[in-house]
Design a protein around this ligand. Structure first.
Ligand SMILES: NC(=O)c1ccc[n+]([C@@H]2O[C@H](COP(=O)([O-])OP(=O)(O)OC[C@H]3O[C@@H](n4cnc5c(N)ncnc54)[C@H](O)[C@@H]3O)[C@@H](O)[C@H]2O)c1
Length: 281
């Protein structure tokens, strides 16, 4: 769907690729851009950086609260009339621990923000969109949702979940002969700060501007799935064809993908909590 004259809502729109796409949407002539974010500082920075590009309004929202998502979605509809395109970027990573050293808090927050919150937002948006038979719901997942990724197993699980949900909804809408579009995006690491320190042996870390531009292009071309880089579209084919040991050797040793998180020192949302049965959740 073209962005011109559309009302666009971007979750996690005050940082990284969400912030860039907010600017790009206005440069493409979007009528209004609503950004949702939990970080007040990032919201203020984004507003002062972006205000000259067009109509942008920010809402402080914790997408892990279904109540706040519902209330704020209704507020955006009341402010703008309707939401034409939703781009779901809000996401977190909590550490590069192996799973035996993860905590309940890391499981809960990562799964809620990365996997469940897109469904909360999707439910609000799709009810409206299906009724109008128009709109586009875009969910930024990750290449980690197509590959088994050591030292980020919860993040990886959350993104597998988001891909499975988003693409299942696409099939539902297709079978309903709906004109509402679903776009699932699965990028490799992007240089936004979220994953600072990751070292990628073969595949280059992606440039945020170029990645945001590719996602905008995918939205405008109604792509159902956009793996970035394109070669990542073949991961599942390779996994299906190759014996497990060969696949692990190829992706783990040759491409070095299984070691990327070793030096991670990115924007990790600090861990709290404990292991089951050992203290508070
Ligand atoms: N950076 C990467 O390497 C990379 C790679 C693949 C996929 N992704 C995914 O792309 C999306 C954007 O990544 P980014 O690199 O721009 O990250 P970022 O950290 O720059 O931006 C994420 C935004 O989400 C917001 N957010 C976090 N928790 C929230 C909550 N509970 N409610 C509302 N907002 C919340 C943050 O405040 C932040 O502004 C994420 O979903 C991420 O998982 C990132």
């Amino acid at each position: 769907m073209k962005l011109k004259e559309k009302n666009v809502l971007i979750t996690g729109g005050a940082s990284g690729i969400g912030r860039i796409m907010a600017r790009m949407a206005m440069q493409k002539g979007a009528k209004n851009v609503a950004i949702w974010d939990i970080s007040e500082k990032n919201i203020n920075d984004t507003l002062s950086e972006h205000q000259s590009y067009g109509n942008i309004k920010a809402y402080k929202v914790d997408v892990s609260s279904s109540q706040m998502v519902g209330d704020t979605y209704r507020q955006v509809v009341s402010d703008f009339g309707q939401v034409d395109i939703v781009i779901q970027c809000a996401g977190i990573v909590t550490s590069n621990n192996t799973f035996n050293n993860n905590t309940i808090d890391e499981i809960d927050r990562t799964m809620t923000i990365n996997a469940i919150a897109p469904m909360y937002v999707g439910l609000c948006a799709l009810k409206d969109m299906v009724e109008r038979d128009n709109g586009q719901l875009v969910t930024i997942t990750s290449a980690a949702g197509m590959l088994s990724m050591p030292k980020m197993s919860i993040y990886s699980a959350s993104k597998w979940c988001a891909i499975g949900w988003s693409d299942s909804v696409r099939v539902e809408l297709q079978r309903m002969k709906s004109h509402v579009r679903i776009t699932t995006v699965a990028p490799y690491f992007i240089n936004t700060g979220m994953f600072d320190g990751v070292r990628s042996k073969v595949f280059p870390i992606l440039n945020p501007e170029k990645t945001a531009a590719k996602i905008i292009r995918a939205i405008e071309r109604n792509k159902t799935f956009a793996g970035i880089p394109f070669s990542f579209h073949f991961i599942r084919l390779m996994e299906g064809l190759l014996p497990q040991k060969i696949f692990d050797w190829f992706y783990g040793d040759v491409f070095g993908i299984y070691d990327v998180m070793d030096n991670f020192k990115g924007r990790c949302v600090p861990a709290q909590g404990s292991v089951p049965g050992q203290g508070e959740k």
